[in-house]
Ligand binder design. Structure first.
Ligand SMILES: N[C@@H](CCC(=O)N[C@@H](CS)C(=O)NCC(=O)O)C(=O)O
Length: 202
């Protein structure tokens, strides 16, 4: 199996963590989707990472579809419940975490533009999405919809989203008044799968 990705993408990290947790061996093909010349569109017409190529040469994108494919392989540990509606609820939490990644990524891209071209109102809108998404996740943890001890697709995606906020210094105060999210990421960041997929420092 080959994973097309970059070491800084939280979406790619989500898939790498899943593969590592399940002990599935894979080759990592490092591609930079934002470089003028890159090979990503060869696998995903949208030019985005991650993309997964199976040993049979089948190509899967984007990350929720890849996650579903990996889960369909039936390799332990299961990262989704078998009951379909319960699984859909976890997928919805994954979508929420992915949305936080999208908003954070948008902010990072916007801030990389010349200052005079940056839209402060758009930056504010995206920051609101991050903040509301995190508040909702904290509430789910309080209500018991999610647990800080659980390893599943939702908690993996949440930890990857927060790892990206930390890495790019987006919403640096995210941990204030969100003690359960802090606990959740403390637990997950101790795992080997997260240690091995930490984004590069420089
Ligand atoms: N919804 C996609 C989002 C993937 C995504 O936005 N990846 C970024 C890297 S973090 C990318 O490849 N961007 C390239 C581009 O937008 O051209 C997924 O879940 O796979």
């Amino acid at each position: 199996m080959k994973l097309i990705g970059s070491y800084t993408s939280p979406f790619v990290r989500k898939i790498s963590v899943m593969l590592l947790e399940k002990g599935i061996t894979f080759e990592f093909i490092n591609e930079q989707p934002y470089n003028a010349i890159n090979g990503v569109a060869h696998y995903n017409p949208l030019g985005k990472v991650p993309a997964l190529i199976t040993d049979e040469g089948e190509v899967w994108f984007d990350s929720p579809i890849i996650a579903q494919y990996i889960e369909l392989l039936g390799i332990a540990p299961a990262l989704l419940p078998t009951e379909p509606v319960a699984a859909l609820k976890i997928r919805q939490l994954e979508a929420l975490a992915d949305g936080i990644m999208d908003a954070a990524l948008f902010s990072v891209r916007e801030l990389a533009r010349p200052v005079e071209q940056q839209s402060q109102s758009e930056l504010l809108r995206q920051r609101e999405k991050v903040s509301q998404g995190l508040d909702t996740l904290e509430r789910y943890l309080q209500e018991g919809t999610l647990s800080v001890e659980t390893l599943n697709l939702a908690t993996i995606a949440i930890a990857c989203a927060i790892g990206y906020l930390n890495f790019r210094h987006v919403s640096p105060g995210w941990c204030v008044n969100r003690p359960l999210l802090v606990k959740l990421v403390e637990n997950l960041f101790q795992r080997e799968s997260f240690a091995r997929t930490e984004p590069p420092k420089a």
